[in-house]
Design a protein around this ligand. Structure first.
Ligand code: ATP
Length: 252
């Protein structure tokens, strides 16, 4: 569904990605791990069309993101992609329910349907009791759950989550990661998760480890790894997967 090939990207002359190739299958939860500065955020930015690549290619199905105009990339992001950052970034003047409903309203969903969908997603994320409250009245883990609900409610084709649990306590990190990946799996969404802690990648189906802007080359580029045991991953149209680590165990 999503494929990067030889992606090179620098920020003002500082190399961030030095030729990264990988592919993400439909319905797969892929973790991108690596130490600070290894290029995770930049990779998610390139895969999601936020950042233009300097060299290489990024494909979303049969759409070449690397040749799309900025306006076309922005439309694609709006219509097909969801984003969860490491800070909840909610609109302070809106209630939790209004924050979650907003992207649906912007996409043309009617008011009533948007309100119902927002309530359902807040319920799934265990923050239904926060619906009428504004972000300032909530604690950080509640705000982050609401940000996750906001990203998932429009049912995007791909959800990008950039270190989504960074500001949370360890117990909340586990909970939010589990909720995020479970919600993606139960709704068949594809997810790319950047994670600072390699241990957190056990919530994903597969891990790509970045180091200094590079992912390890696959032992056999033609080899296609078996899907994770707990995941039903369609594979009829996928290219061979690069930079592949063995599937991690499913969370308990
Ligand atoms: N806007 C920017 N301007 C200049 N250099 C940048 C910018 N963004 C990232 N970099 C540099 O690019 C490299 C990769 O950064 P990136 O944020 O992608 O890594 P990361 O793995 O996500 O790090 P972290 O875990 O700290 O978020 C680093 O050397 C970083 O300093």
């Amino acid at each position: 569904m999503l494929r990067a090939s030889g992606v090179v990207k620098s920020h003002d002359g500082t190399p961030a990605l030095r030729g990264v190739s990988l592919a993400v299958r439909k319905g797969e939860v892929l973790a991108v791990t690596g130490p600070r500065g290894s290029g995770k955020t930049t990779l998610l930015g390139c895969l999601s069309g936020q950042l233009p690549v300097d060299e290489g290619e990024v494909w979303f199905n049969d759409l070449p993101l690397h040749t799309l105009s900025r306006a076309d990339r922005e439309r694609l992001r709006r219509e097909q992609f969801g984003w969860v950052g490491s800070q909840p970034d909610l609109i302070p003047e809106l209630t939790a329910a209004e924050n979650v409903a907003l992207p649906l309203l912007l996409a043309g969903t009617g008011r009533k349907a948007a309100r119902i969908a927002a309530a359902e997603w807040l319920e799934r994320l265990d923050v239904a009791d926060c619906a009428r409250r504004r972000p300032a009245e909530l604690i950080q883990s509640q705000r982050q759950r609401i940000a996750v609900a906001r990203a998932l409610a429009p049912m995007p084709a791909v959800v990008f989550a950039d270190d989504p649990v960074a500001p949370l306590h360890r117990a909340n990190q586990e909970q939010v990661l589990r909720v995020l990946t479970t919600a993606a799996r139960s709704h068949g969404l594809t997810m790319v998760l950047a994670l600072h802690e390699p241990a957190q990648a056990r919530h994903a189906d597969r891990t790509v480890a970045l180091l200094d802007g590079q992912a390890p080359a696959p032992a056999d580029p033609a080899a296609k790894p078996a899907p994770a045991a707990d995941t039903d991953v369609p594979d009829s149209t996928d290219a061979p997967l690069a930079a592949t680590a063995p599937a991690a165990a499913a969370p308990a």
